[in-house]
Design a protein around this ligand. Structure first.
Ligand code: K1U
Ligand code: ZN
Length: 168
């Protein structure tokens, strides 16, 4: 397994739209294992392939307290959104140190394949529902800061670019 590099906002590659996965092979399973290792090491609850510069429809998640319930979503599609919505704090491994409120559906149903190509539908609520919606946005090239005001977004962009310059 290997740790992958996570792209940082405002990297333009975070805005690429991911394409469907067609080959359920060993190469895909290695990418899944590497993404899980990267997500756990970064202490995230989710990671989209877009964030590691792979523009294919693949997401990994684990919102369990014990960090032992990995979920792999390949070619995910949200098939149902609850009418009830809630505004909660979100973070993003691609926007380190920034947290802000985003309104999302409280529950969703998502249809997706696993790494063996087995398709199933699962219902998510609470943090997992928020995480599914956040990660599927990544696959469409959308970062959560795009839900914030232009003023906040520009401040975040300036802060991120300054931090990246200092780190270089
Ligand atoms: O996509 C990502 O960057 C992962 C992101 C997912 C996410 C977190 C919170 C709400 C929605 C989506 C993270 O895991 S950020 C890590 C983090 O700060 C966090 C960890 C546990 C619970 C909540 C946030
Ligand atoms: Zn994110």
């Amino acid at each position: 397994m290997a740790l992958l590099n996570i792209l940082c906002y405002p990297d333009p590659r975070l805005h690429k739209v991911a394409t469907p996965i067609t080959a359920f092979d060993e190469k895909l399973r290695k990418l899944v294992a590497d993404m899980l290792e990267t997500m756990y090491e970064a202490q995230g609850v989710g990671l989209a392939a877009t964030q590691v510069d792979v523009h294919q429809r693949l997401v990994v998640l684990d919102t369990s307290e014990e960090r032992n319930q990995a979920t792999v979503l390949i070619n995910p599609e949200i098939t149902w959104y609850s009418e009830e919505r809630v505004k909660g704090e979100e973070g993003c491994l691609s926007v380190p140190g920034i947290y802000d409120g985003v309104e999302r559906a409280v529950a969703v149903k998502v249809k997706a394949a696993d790494e063996h190509g087995q398709v199933r539908e699962l219902e998510a609520e609470g943090l997992m529902a928020v995480c599914v919606q956040h990660e599927l946005d990544h696959l469409m090239g959308k970062v959560f800061v795009e839900y914030l005001s232009p003023l906040k977004r520009n401040r975040i962009k300036t802060k991120m670019l300054k931090a990246q310059k200092e780190d270089a």
